[in-house]
Design a protein. Structure first.
Ligand code: URA
Length: 438
């Protein structure tokens, strides 16, 4: 007979669990027969002793099978994209319409954000009328008609992750590579995509602070996806400063629309096109360079913007937001923040940006909290720029009760401004990790 005590002991001492033992754990935890205190002890043992590749794959598969496994009945390649999370990351709103307008399907099940800034669902809900609570058939009909759709994850998809993630959050066991890998990949495998592109963020605003750890996580996820029979690749991207110039829900949707109109900040454009090109490459549309050119063409021709408009309309939103940004509603308070010295910007703290944005109302302090769609930050400067004393660093927006002047002071302090530029310019795309045979 398998016992939880024995599993905790084995993992604590680095002994490998069998697939049967892992299946037993996942089924028992979901059904409630394994209590939180024993599951927590096992999760902590994983944090210290890690899991082998085989155990990570077995855990991912057991979690994926804990709920519905979607099998989209589609006549074209179906790709998914997932980011490990960062500040100002609105790439789904750009890559999905680009990839869809190049002839593949992107059925995107997405989450809400907790902490920092909103998730993709929160961003889209900043669009008046936009509905993210679609039934499965409404979701698939939007995918078939438009090429992509974005909906909230249903409760029946990977219940094991829902329960385990909440427990990890409360027991300081989130930052373990096999646990992050199984959490993300179980959801990706359950949604049934043929190809999965993972955007693994590296830097002070990401789970993975070093390139070495990010690469370990990326390799683990690509390996699990490939073993599960999916085409898979991972792109390591910089998160040592916010991505693009906008942070906050409606502000990020507007920046995504501007990007699709050709007015993108360089970093956001490069990450979005790279991810879209990887999705197309996995679909067999050509070499990376050919797919990149195809993605670029979808952007410059306006095809991707048109696809986004059609998707907004198909999900009940007002497509005129792409032309009239006043439809998003306006923040009741704004504050411009100016530099108090001359110099080069050598650092913008991503983590602090996330915290300020949360306090402005753009993020969620608890699961139940509501989000202020108008809240956020627009940066005027990025790392590497020179700033003069008195020049604007950025603007804060909020319609929420908060100490905006204090937040302005905090905002000024997230910039490290020095007389000369330090270090080399960081590459925004650090590495692409490809699965076998693709
Ligand atoms: N995102 C997830 O979905 N799961 C994790 O464990 C970490 C990030």
């Amino acid at each position: 007979m398998i016992t939880m005590y024995e599993l905790i002991e084995k993992t604590k001492h680095g002994a490998e669990l069998s697939a049967e033992e892992i299946n037993w754990f996942v089924a028992g935890y979901v059904s409630g027969s394994i209590p939180d205190y024993q599951a927590s002890a096992w999760l902590m043992a994983v944090c210290f002793s890690s899991l082998s590749d085989k155990e990570t794959t077995d855990l991912t598969m057991a979690m994926a099978r804990s709920g519905d496994m979607m099998k989209p009945d589609l006549d074209k390649f179906c790709a998914d994209k997932h980011s490990t999370g960062g500040v100002g990351d609105k790439t789904t709103l750009i890559t999905a319409p680009i990839a869809a307008s190049c002839g593949i399907y992107v059925p995107k099940m997405s989450g809400r954000g907790l902490g920092h800034t909103g998730g993709t669902i929160d961003k889209l809900e900043a669009i008046p009328g936009f509905n993210t609570s679609l039934s499965y058939s409404e979701f698939m009909s939007c995918v078939k008609n438009v090429g992509f759709a974005v909906a909230g994850q249903t409760g029946s998809l990977v219940p094991a992750d829902k329960k385990l993630y909440a427990l990890r959050n409360a027991t300081a066991t989130v930052d373990s590579i096999p646990l992050i890998c199984s959490s993300i990949m179980s959801k990706k495998l359950a949604t049934g995509a043929d190809g999965i592109v993972l955007d693994v963020k590296v830097g002070d605003g990401a789970f993975m602070k070093t390139e070495e750890d990010a690469e370990k996580l990326a390799r683990a996820m690509v390996s699990v996806g490939t073993l599960a029979g999916r085409k898979c690749s991972a792109v390591l991207t910089d998160m040592d400063q916010p991505l693009g110039m906008a942070v906050g829900n409606s502000l990020e949707v507007i920046e995504a629309i501007e990007t699709l109109k050709g007015n993108a900040p360089a970093d956001l454009r490069e990450v979005s096109l790279t991810l879209a090109a990887e999705m197309l490459r996995l679909a067999g549309k050509g070499s990376f360079e050919e797919c990149f050119a195809m993605a670029e063409n979808a952007l410059t021709s306006g095809k991707a913007l048109e696809t986004l408009r059609r998707m907004i309309s198909a999900q009940g939103g007002d497509p005129n937001v792409t032309e009239d940004y006043s439809l998003f509603g306006k923040a009741s308070h704004t504050l411009e923040v100016f530099s108090d010295k001359d110099g080069f910007i050598n650092k913008i703290s991503c983590e602090e940006t996330g915290m300020i944005s949360l306090k402005l109302g753009a993020g969620r302090k608890s699961k139940e909290a509501s989000i202020d769609p108008t809240a956020g930050i627009i940066f005027d400067k990025k790392v590497g720029d020179f700033v003069h004393k008195g020049e604007r660093l950025g603007t804060l927006y909020t319609s929420t009760e908060c100490e905006i002047n204090e937040l302005g002071e905090e905002f000024r302090s997230i910039f490290r401004i020095e007389p000369s530029l330090s270090g080399e310019k960081k590459k925004i795309i650090k590495k692409v990790i490809k699965g076998i045979d693709i």
